[in-house]
Design a protein around this ligand. Structure first.
Ligand SMILES: [Cu+2]
Length: 145
């Protein structure tokens, strides 16, 4: 009787500590830039966070916090009219970025590599990762005045 009571207590303590552990892990996975020199991190198929708000003139730093290669590529038609196109690899157009990735795998960020861009025009910017576009690896930067 006493032994059974003891086991029940241990079981409860164990499940509590496991729950605490998994929630700490998910917090870390949702904010891979916590304690890192970046604003937006990445897992295998997501930008984290996938929506990020800044003010005009701010610089955003992306960092590949995953083991897979990714690109940060703006959707040419889904950025403000007066805004400058941006893409890791420094390409001037979405097509050039596509061709470079599919041709020679250029423009990608390897693990722990960073890309940064300064946003001088207010508005909403949609961007994506070329190799994971079909997995919906995309994000949004909202720039306010
Ligand atoms: Cu990707």
């Amino acid at each position: 009787m006493q032994r059974r009571r003891y086991l029940a207590a241990v079981g409860t303590a164990l499940s509590v500590s496991l729950a605490g552990c998994s929630s700490a892990l998910s917090v870390f996975e949702n904010d891979p830039c916590s304690g890192e020199d970046c604003h937006i991190g990445m897992n295998r198929t997501e930008f984290l966070p996938d929506t990020y708000e800044i003010s005009v003139g701010d610089t955003v730093v992306w960092k590949n916090t995953s083991g897979a290669d990714h690109t940060v590529t703006a959707y040419e038609n889904l950025i403000p009219d007066d805004a400058t196109f941006f893409a890791s690899g420094g390409f001037d157009t979405q097509e050039a970025a596509y061709n470079a990735w599919h041709g020679e795998r250029a423009g990608g960020l390897g693990t722990r590599e960073t890309f940064e861009h300064t946003f001088d025009v207010p508005g909403t910017y949609e961007y994506f990762c070329i190799p994971h576009e079909r997995a919906n690896m995309a994000g949004e930067i909202v720039v306010t005045e």
